[in-house]
Design a protein around this ligand. Structure first.
Ligand code: NDP
Length: 309
């Protein structure tokens, strides 16, 4: 079996080593612009060029080295008519839970205030907010949303969830569809965005929808920057309706130097690291799916091109 490995950043060697260690009988090949591609059974990719995609109509499936598919689906007609399979958790769910738990607890336990106090030599215990006034609303209850739900439940926060299709998750107040969005937002104090970027979710977090959150709300965006209308967040932060935001993803990455977010102390910025691909777990998951496909079994995480995720 031959597998093509390609990454836009050219870092292929560590992936080839993981594949060789996990399944020595697999032959991996790399590709560079201008090369002609030998016949491959599968392709494992991140940020492919249209010239590469042009040569992939014969592969049995394309596997992605990440969970987000928006950038690939944007290539539209350049995509060959073969199944596209994304990573499903593969070590990223626990990282998302760590990241979101850190941000929520930081706000809930006033850690920024204590940091300020300490810098000024102040010793002043602040009152604890009742948990019922600190509901966490998670948009997107998929592979990465569910571990975050579990973490929030572990800490005893009231958890609300919003998805496209109806869900029944014990201990979680579930909402779905556009008709469920308004009641979901209105009783949410901390909004966590874990949605894929699709035509339906693009700019969903605008002034109108963020304005429905409870006063003094917080926003944590760990999925895709273009879901958030960035100027609208600045307006709501300046008005005090939103008390703080933790953002890992941005419309343009890296976040450009003159962007107003850099100078807003109530906005915390991280460089798209909330859940990094764990190469070892990713390779094991991809090989497991290849084995299933080879024996005619169904696999999870096949992208629905019409839905966009
Ligand atoms: P999944 O496909 O497993 O889950 C997506 C969830 O979003 C589902 O619950 C789905 O609803 C819901 N959803 C999709 N469209 C809508 C809609 N229009 N209205 C309401 N709900 C909707 O994705 P993952 O959990 O694996 O990943 C989520 C996103 O996280 C990725 O698309 C990627 O962009 C981002 N990501 C960010 C990383 C980072 O480091 N910052 C790392 C990895 C991923 P339903 O269940 O009904 O289908």
């Amino acid at each position: 079996m031959r597998i093509l490995l390609y990454r836009g950043d050219g870092v292929i060697e560590p992936w080839a080593r993981e594949f060789a260690a996990a399944m020595p009988q697999v032959d991996t090949v790399a590709w560079r612009e201008g090369d002609s591609l030998p016949r491959c059974d599968y392709a494992v990719l991140w940020s492919p060029t249209p010239a590469l995609l042009d040569q992939l109509a014969h592969v049995r499936a394309i596997f992605l080295m990440g969970a987000g598919v928006d950038a690939l689906l944007k290539l539209g007609d350049a995509l060959p008519p073969v199944p596209i399979v994304r990573l499903g958790d593969a070590g990223m769910g626990v990282q998302m839970a760590e990241y979101v738990a850190h941000a929520v607890l930081r706000y809930y336990r006033h850690f920024d205030d204590y940091e300020q106090q300490a810098r000024h030599g102040v010793w002043d215990p602040l009152p604890l907010t009742p948990k019922q006034d600190f509901s966490v609303g998670i948009m997107g209850l998929g592979r990465l949303g569910l571990p975050v739900v579990e973490a929030m439940r572990l800490f005893g926060f009231p958890v609300r969830g919003w998805s496209r299709t109806p869900k029944d998750i014990p201990g979680v107040e579930c909402f779905h569809g556009m008709e469920g969005l308004d009641p979901f937002l209105r009783a949410t104090r901390v909004l966590v965005c874990m949605l894929p970027l699709t035509p339906e979710t693009s700019n969903l977090l605008d002034r109108h929808n963020l304005g429905k959150l409870q006063p003094g709300a917080y926003l944590i965006n760990v999925s895709r920057g273009a879901i958030l209308a960035e100027p609208d967040l600045m307006t709501l932060i300046r008005s005090g309706h939103i008390a703080g935001a933790t953002l890992d993803v941005f419309r343009h990455e890296p976040l450009p130097a003159p962007h107003p977010f850099w100078n807003e102390p109530r906005i915390s910025i991280t460089p798209h690291i909330s859940a990094l691909t764990v190469r070892h777990d990713a390779v094991l998951q991809i090989l497991d799916k290849i084995r299933k496909l080879e024996s005619g079994q169904p696999i999870d995480d096949v992208v629905d091109r019409d839905l966009g995720y």
